[in-house]
Design a protein. Structure first.
Lengths: 439, 348
């Protein structure tokens, strides 16, 4: 009970991870819905409108849960991380404020129209409503990633006389190069989630021999979007993100790879167990030289190990970071393979008859959620022990006067409430899937 | 610059109170005034397209506070820790109740969510009113710039203070009554038939009670924070607020008498904005007064962000604000006239 920092971190980690299960689906679906509406409009094809209508219903449910689980996070900056808010609010308040003004108003104004207004708006107007939700949700994503990017790689700030961080240059802060790369990587991850969910529903209906026309459309949409996004999430966005981490957070890269020693021709560890006490990776399976190449573009580049850094600058939970990274990368690789295979079978409708593969596609949909969550684990645990990289330690950002017992209490409250919320969401989405595409 | 931001935050809080206020009020009332499924859905159809956007004003006001006065946000949110989580959880339940209710066509399912919607809609104005009461009364801020208070102590406004005492509870009740009466006028404006008549009846009963409560709160505020009214002579904007407050009240009663419900609704909006503007005008520049030492109070002058941030925020604020107003104008235009209950599966 004594460790206030632990409970604050657990609570924020839990509430933000649970929250992000929903926006990743809505942001991914938003792009797919715009594409479906656009194709339907261009080809004057009712089938695409029907498909969009189904996914808008799922989008609406996911959006609602995303909204109500997102509000607590805005409050928690103040309730749980008061010293961080006071210290950095002069900078990060910009993007958090802009998110409300430019993204949330746009989304909230057109959500009702997207979900209920198709008849009223007509085909073209409804397409524009879908576009508004896509713009709003993707803009919202940018403001959040830009806020996080400041914590990962602070730019555009100055240290005021009272020690607090203040904005020095608006555009430098907003267009943080870290944010641009991380944003594209994150958004592609969201499209992977959306695409896998669309493909899974298509596969489910085909396996059940129900709604075959729509199911085939879902499958095709999901597989194509899934393949493209799975490739883009790895290359170039993931690759670029890795290079940034190597350059600016070398101890995070060392921990992600379970690397304790420094040297050229660094090997890439496919698998293995980090042994923190023994300062080594147990039972590794490794590819020689590849890490140097991935991180710096040449096999002979030196990659620093944790031995180069004082222990108080190591990420605080090495094992979690290491496994988070390997789960993300491993799943990402499997996604490319799975969607690639499915795409090969698309021509001629062979995928429709490949029942074992349809089973795999149907059951694969939870894994992008896991991969996206693992990705955020890598970003946030790699940043440790810093809250604002190099400027403020996480331990110095908490609300000092909040008693740990209060945080335990509210964490349990969230656990219970979110459990019920998750059940309700699955119940309602399950009903829609079971009901089929027609209203 | 600090003064401008103080007023921008106040404006956004006032818009939030007016906008989310009418859907809070509708939520409290709908159990009583809407007696059939069709009438419940009329209420939901009236607020459905707007409630989410209304709530964004809270987030936008919070964002502006974060940007311009981060130390106020940090001290206030962490100091009212448990009360804040009550607000958060009520907001979660309320949003879910509105969005999930009509998805399942089942008597018990809908009755359950209607109850959740009404309870959360009643709890939030009480909590927000109590928050306002705390900001007027003060909190035990010390030189560290932080405080932590329990939910209640001895229910008196003297140290050691709690979130709830007789004054803050009175403010909570005042806000609950005001927003319920405000919601009754909104529904009277947007609906027709027996539902309209009941809303009108509710408004007719609630508004006199609001006047009594407002008088009581005015007297009580003088007891709790005697310095407040002494600022009146040198606070011109507080006089504007006071004029809005009285003019709004006159418009409410005129509108009710002549059955002009848009006028009455605008009147109650003016009444709410007036109270908040008068309060903001009198407390300036104090944002969070200390009950321990006036020097430890957080003010718009000692708790603000650096000048570059304030300037940059101002630029995008004046771009974003008219756009946001435009969305609301469009939504009100699109949904003008009396609402009709949507068919099953075709609306809130």
């Amino acid at each position: 009970m004594g460790d206030l920092l632990f409970w604050h971190r657990l609570q924020f980690g839990f509430t933000s991870t649970f929250h992000y299960l929903f926006p990743q689906l809505t942001m991914g679906l938003a792009l797919i819905i715009v594409a479906l509406k656009g194709i339907g409009l261009a080809r004057d094809d009712e089938r695409f409108d029907l498909a969009a209508r189904f996914w808008i219903r799922i989008f609406g449910l996911s959006f609602a849960v995303g909204v109500v689980t997102g509000i607590p996070l805005e409050f928690q900056f103040g309730t749980n991380w008061a010293r961080f808010s006071a210290h950095a609010g002069g900078v990060i308040g910009q993007t958090l404020g802009m998110e409300g003004m430019f993204a949330f108003f746009l989304e909230s104004a057109f959500l009702g129209l997207l979900v209920w207004g198709e008849r009223r708006l007509g085909r073209r107007g409804h397409f524009l409503a879908a576009l508004a939700l896509f713009l709003g949700s993707w803009l919202s994503g940018y403001f959040i990633v830009a806020t996080n990017a400041f914590m990962q790689h602070p730019v555009g700030y100055l240290v005021a006389a009272d020690g607090s961080l203040q904005l020095a240059d608006f555009w430098t802060y907003l267009l943080n190069p870290w944010a641009l790369v991380q944003y594209l990587h994150t958004m592609m991850g969201a499209v992977v989630t959306g695409a896998f969910v669309v493909a899974a529903v298509g596969a489910f209906w085909i396996l059940r021999r129900a709604h075959l026309e729509q199911a085939a459309l879902f499958l095709k949409t999901g597989v194509i979007a899934g393949l493209v996004a799975s490739c883009l999430v790895a290359f170039p966005t993931g690759d670029q993100q890795g290079k940034r981490v190597a350059r600016h957070q070398p101890q995070a890269l060392a921990a992600m790879e379970g690397r304790w020693h420094t040297g050229p021709y660094a090997e890439l560890n496919l698998i293995g167990q980090p042994n923190v006490e023994g300062r080594k990776l147990d039972n590794p399976v490794r590819l020689p030289g590849l890490l140097s190449f991935i991180a710096y573009g040449s096999f002979s580049s030196e990659v620093k190990g944790l031995d180069q850094f004082p222990e108080d600058q190591w990420p605080t939970n090495l094992e979690f970071l290491y496994y988070g990274f390997h789960i993300m990368v491993g799943l990402g690789t499997l996604f490319i393979a799975l969607m690639g295979l499915a795409a090969l079978l698309l021509p001629g409708g062979r995928l429709m008859r490949a029942r074992p593969l349809l089973w795999v596609l149907m059951l694969a949909f939870p894994f992008p959620f896991i991969a996206n969550s693992a990705g955020w684990v890598v970003a946030e645990f790699g940043r440790q022990p810093w809250l604002v990289y190099g400027l403020m330690r996480t331990a110095d950002g908490t609300s000092r006067l909040v008693h740990p017992g209060q945080t335990v209490f509210t964490s349990l409250g969230f656990a219970g409430l979110y459990f019920v919320l998750g059940l309700l969401f699955l119940f309602l989405v399950g009903r829609e899937v079971n009901h089929g595409p027609e209203l | 610059m600090e003064m401008l931001w103080f007023w921008l935050v106040s404006v956004m809080v006032a818009i939030y109170a007016v906008m989310d206020g009418f859907d809070f009020g509708s939520g409290v009332l709908h159990l009583f005034v809407a007696r059939s499924e069709a009438e419940r859905r009329e209420v939901l159809a009236a607020i459905g397209p707007l409630w989410d956007g209304n709530e964004v004003w809270l987030l936008a006001a919070g964002g502006a506070l974060f940007l311009a006065f981060p130390r106020v946000l940090a001290a206030g949110f962490s100091g009212f820790y448990l009360a804040m989580f009550m607000v958060i959880w009520a907001l979660i339940l309320r949003g879910i109740a509105i969005e999930f209710r009509s998805h399942v066509n089942d008597l018990m399912w809908r009755a359950f969510w209607d109850g959740v919607f009404a309870l959360a809609s009643a709890l939030l104005p009480i909590l927000l009113g109590a928050a306002l009461g705390n900001v007027v009364r003060g909190v035990p801020l010390d030189a560290s710039g932080y405080f932590q208070i329990p939910l209640f102590t001895h229910f008196g406004p003297a140290n050691p203070v709690g979130v709830l005492d007789w004054y803050t509870v009175l403010m909570g009740v005042l806000v609950l009554a005001t927003l319920t009466a405000h919601g009754a006028l909104f529904l009277a404006w947007k609906t027709a038939g027996p539902l309209h008549d009941r809303c009108r009846g509710a408004a007719g009963k609630l508004w006199p009670a609001v006047v009594v409560l407002a008088l009581a709160a005015t007297w009580a505020t003088d007891q709790v924070n005697p310095a407040l009214y002494r600022n009146l002579p040198r606070a011109p904007l507080a006089w504007v607020g006071l004029a809005l407050f009285l003019g709004g009240l006159a418009a409410v009663f005129t509108g009710l008498k002549r059955s002009r419900y848009l006028l009455a609704f605008l009147g109650s909006s003016g009444f709410i904005i007036g109270i908040l503007a008068a309060t903001a005008g009198c407390v300036w520049p104090v944002m969070l007064p200390s009950t321990l030492d006036p020097a430890a109070s957080l003010t718009a002058l000692n708790a603000s962000s650096g000048p570059t941030g304030l300037r940059a925020g101002m630029v995008w604020w004046f771009i974003g604000f008219p756009i946001a107003l435009g969305y609301f104008g469009y939504l009100f235009w699109l949904h003008q006239g009396k609402v009709k209950a949507p068919k099953e599966g075709q609306g809130y």
